[in-house]
Design a protein around this ligand. Sequence first.
Ligand code: PEP
Length: 253
Amino acid sequence: MRKKIAAANWKMNLTWQSAGDLMNAILKTDHNLKDNQLAIFAVPFPYLRAMHEKVLGKAHTFIAAQNCASTNNGAYTGEVSAEILKSVGIQYVILGHSERREYQAESNQLLTEKVNRCFEHGLIPIFCCGEPLSIRESNNQNNFVEIQLKESLFHLSKEQAAQIIIAYEPIWAIGTGKTATSAQAEEMHAHIRSVLTEKFGLDVANEIPVLYGGSVKGSNAAELFSKPNVDGGLVGGASLNADEFNLIIKSLP
Ligand code: PEP
């Protein structure tokens, strides 16, 4: 059964103290997650191990990294490898967030390497895709996202593809307060699923959660998640507020 996921992306926010306070406030809420529902928190690197330990007793709740290196261990000062992440208990890694594509010039080809490092070390990528405003305005978003998926994921085996999580995040909706309508999200998610079906077959495509990201809030999550191909959300700003994120978790179908 396809997983439904509320994923928090804390980005480069929160001190150690405020991160602990936020996590405690969220964890003390009983989310009553069903077997196919997950809450995932992508936290800054220095907090990974401690946050992992904090969520260990909490059902269906996991910690993710926000990035990993494209290479294996070695002389790469400042990088963090998939193997290092795995060794501290991490299971999920956000890859290809639009902020990294823009500020760190991450290409589809580089992301192929990162995806490969994840699979080599037993990590599940939360692979981000999504178009800028200019592409949406010229109605080329389907093709743009299709190329991102093809160039970074189409080398995977069916077994690997069945494990991946995809996050569709239209760049014009990230941190702007401008959310895609649930109809726009559903249209793109259905397209993503058809692209995945063509390559990996219907059984695999039906297993892959496709999350929506872009100004998800407590007030719009239920409507977005009500669409058949929207399997939850990747949430930036609203994940920094315990009440908001609790509401988003509770909105999972
Ligand atoms: C994100 O950065 O992944 C994101 C979706 O941010 P926001 O929810 O703030 O738009």
